[in-house]
Design a protein around this ligand. Sequence first.
Ligand code: NAD
Ligand code: MG
Ligand code: MG
Ligand code: MG
Ligand code: MG
Ligand code: MG
Length: 331
Amino acid sequence: MARMYYDADANLDLLADKTVAIIGYGSQGHAHALNLKDSGINVVVGLYPGSKSAPKAKDEGLTVHPVDKAAEIADLIMILLPDEVQKTVYKNEIEPHLKEGKILAFAHGFNIHFGQVVPPPEVDVIMVAPKGPGHLVRRTYQEGQGVPCLFAVYQDASGQARDRAMAYAKGIGGTRGGILQTTFREETETDLFGEQVVLCGGLSELIKSGFETLVEAGYQPELAYFECLHEVKLIVDLVVEGGLANMRDSISNTAEYGDYTRGPRIITDETRSEMRKILKEIQTGQFAREFVLENQSGKPGFTAMRRQEAEHPIEEVGKDLRAMFSWLKKK
Ligand code: NAD
Ligand code: MG
Ligand code: MG
Ligand code: MG
Ligand code: MG
Ligand code: MG
């Protein structure tokens, strides 16, 4: 089994005399900044002038600077901007301040691995990628626990890059859960594959197709919603807690038998071969090129798909039904 590292394996003192700049204050940014501050690290936040996040960060007791000022005064610069804007912000506001001895950090390998950001050789380049959304990174830290992280070194100019990455992971609470070493390439390719094939792409299509099949056959959309979307969470919780066996233990024997006999008819050889094609597109950079070009041209396809998907009947039914679940958090 791959080696996991915990609190005792990492030395937070390596960041004691350093200033950390968190660039961006979104999902990951707010969690990293607040956790590091609570771990006793000197943190500043870098945002563009007029950012809506600036008052939020200040209210939490953080110092906010424009991105280029934050990059100038910091020793460690963690870029937590959307992947598609990192290149431009890096070029204009961060790169000019990358003096020898500094550390450039990421929470996802996309821009380094696909050559969108090319750092100078005299800085350390590291990654600390929590395997969970930012609000969980923050909440678990406050509860004395932590979200497991991946860490990696792309460039080790100081000879300390690996220890520094582990120290950062400790500062955000990652070593409480356990951290695992990877490479920028492995993290980038598996992350993209997971979100495209299973977590986001695969799951969304599975939910929609099941819903559409029931509604087309004349069943009430409300029931189709319950069966194909709402109950996903109940099943996934069981799977995450104890694996597939734990879920199968909890469901009826009828459901378990249907699982074994019908599941393989949904994910067919054709589906598996498409999965391998999608993986190839990731490995060859074809997906990255497509995403970069889409963003460069102002996201016409992305915007259209976003609108179209938001208008799917399952979203309409969902709005009304979710009002019935008083325990679901209001957003
Ligand atoms: P996000 O969209 O939640 O937040 C991005 C932040 O950047 C926001 O504060 C936004 O205002 C700011 N921003 C946007 N454009 C800017 C600009 N031009 N100049 C300055 N600031 C700007 O992003 P996120 O989901 O936290 O993702 C950040 C990084 O973390 C990405 O590399 C992502 O792949 C990675 N990551 C995200 C998750 C997750 O669950 N969200 C998990 C692991 C890793
Ligand atoms: Mg989003
Ligand atoms: Mg991911
Ligand atoms: Mg991702
Ligand atoms: Mg059922
Ligand atoms: Mg059972």
